[in-house]
Design a protein around this ligand. Structure first.
Ligand code: HEC
Length: 130
């Protein structure tokens, strides 16, 4: 019974967030609700850290890298880096410090800040394989 109060609060908060983002696409809103990040700021952050030199990412110019796996539509994948369950929190964790998750991974730690990592995660979840 007690848990229904925060549940209702979260429902209202989610509705308010959706209303706040109502000029944007459903996918952008979905990324926002999942991660708390702003998908519209994702591309600038992705560009800033040079993710596209190693990854192919839909909608990002010059993001055609082939060192790591393509990140378009990663929301549909079950694991991150083959080791971590794909949840919004884990996505942010991986982007900030992949070597803390898997010390053998070739992806470097790029010093991504928490706000940038949540915006990037929101953007990545808003992409979809054609
Ligand atoms: C120097 C190359 C390099 C850079 C730069 C790089 N990555 Fe990676 N990334 C990799 C490699 C290699 C993997 C595969 C890691 C593994 O499976 O251990 C990877 C894996 C990932 C994955 C998991 C993909 C999957 O299919 O499981 C995500 C998400 C990711 N990177 C996001 C980013 C983001 C966001 C940035 C920029 C902040 C970035 N990467 C920058 C090389 C890079």
């Amino acid at each position: 019974m007690r848990s229904s109060v925060p549940g209702a609060f979260l429902g209202i908060a989610a509705w308010m967030l959706m209303t706040a983002c109502s000029g944007t696409s459903a996918r952008t809103r979905q990324g926002f609700i999942l991660t708390g990040g702003d998908a519209r700021r994702g591309p600038a952050a992705i560009f800033k850290y040079g993710c596209g030199s190693c990854h192919t990412i839909q909608g990002i110019s010059n993001a055609h890298g082939l060192v790591g796996p393509p990140l378009t539509g990663i929301g549909d994948r079950l694991y991150i880096g083959g080791v971590l369950r794909n949840t919004p929190g884990n996505m942010v964790r991986w982007i900030q410090d992949p070597k803390a998750v898997d010390d053998k991974t070739a992806m470097p730690r790029l010093g991504v800040t928490s706000p940038d990592a949540t915006d990037i995660a929101a953007y990545l979840y808003s992409t979809k394989e054609e």
